[in-house]
Design a protein around this ligand. Structure first.
Ligand SMILES: [Mg+2]
Length: 269
């Protein structure tokens, strides 16, 4: 393995090819990809080099950028301070912001009832498990366990799963030290498919670090580029070690795309 932070040769070749497509969508998970993982979710901030590269990409012709996050849209906007041109997908696809316009979640009465049950169950479980807490999202609740002892965390997750198993309207995903529960069925795979359509993209770049990003990697098609950040099993074709290496990757893509765009005849730009 190279000690250089720059992308390896096969990834660089893939980026070079990707930079030449007609319409390009560059979609990134936020936490663990654009921003290093921090203990308090509200303290997460983009790596400056990545934020710069994303802004440069957003300014290029036929190039769209997006953040695709499990965070609520409100939380994502707060920590990412995204360029208004960057498309946003929050709550794993349940909420979107396009061209600065927000499309919030609208719940029907059954979903409202499921959300109330979900809240009650997780609040109860969390109150019995020291170091865990419940995050509120418009269409769901998240049980966070990263500050709990491992055995407490495992027991809390198991108990929440047991109590919620009978609720048909509650969709559960397990992430890194979180149990994500939603009353709207949404995956990052659907988020990517939606963005691909909105962007009318000829090819998509996607990078993610968590289990829920695997849905997005599986939604990639021939000609797309998927990059897993960090360790763990993945459907992505490429892998980088951490958000710092991701910054190098996005910077290289921005540079290649800018070079090719500059060389394209005006009437095609
Ligand atoms: Mg992540």
């Amino acid at each position: 393995m190279s000690h250089s932070a720059s992308p390896d040769a096969s990834l660089e070749a893939a980026l070079r090819r990707l930079a030449g497509v007609g319409r390009l969508l560059v979609a990134l998970d936020f936490d663990g990809v654009v921003a290093p993982i921090v203990t308090r979710a509200e303290d997460a901030r983009p790596t400056p080099e990545t934020a710069d590269a994303v802004a440069r990409l957003a300014g290029l012709p036929d190039t769209l950028t997006a953040f695709v996050s499990g965070r609520s849209l409100a939380s994502l906007v707060k920590v990412a301070s995204p360029d208004p041109r960057t498309l946003l997908v929050g709550s794993h696809g349940a909420e979107v912001r396009l061209g600065g316009e927000e499309h919030p979640v609208v719940l029907d009465p059954e979903q409202e009832a499921a959300l109330a049950t979900l809240h009650r169950v997780l609040a109860e479980v969390s109150s019995q498990a020291e170091g865990t807490w419940v995050e509120e999202k418009p269409a769901g609740r998240v049980l966070h366990t990263r500050e709990a002892a491992p055995e407490t965390a495992a027991a809390a997750v198991a108990e929440a799963r047991r109590q919620l198993a009978a609720h048909a309207g509650v969709f559960i995903k397990e992430g890194k030290q979180v149990l994500e529960c939603s009353v709207v069925h949404a995956t990052k795979g659907e988020g990517i498919a939606f963005l691909r359509q909105v962007a009318e993209a000829d090819a998509v770049f996607f990078a993610g670090d968590d289990v829920t990003d695997e849905d997005a990697f599986r939604a990639l098609e021939a000609g797309d580029v998927g990059v897993k950040v960090g360790e763990g099993e993945t459907a992505a074709e490429f892998r980088v070690t951490d958000p710092a290496a991701m910054a190098q990757t996005v910077e290289l893509l921005a540079r290649l795309r800018a070079d090719l765009t500059a060389r394209r005849p005006q009437d095609q730009a």
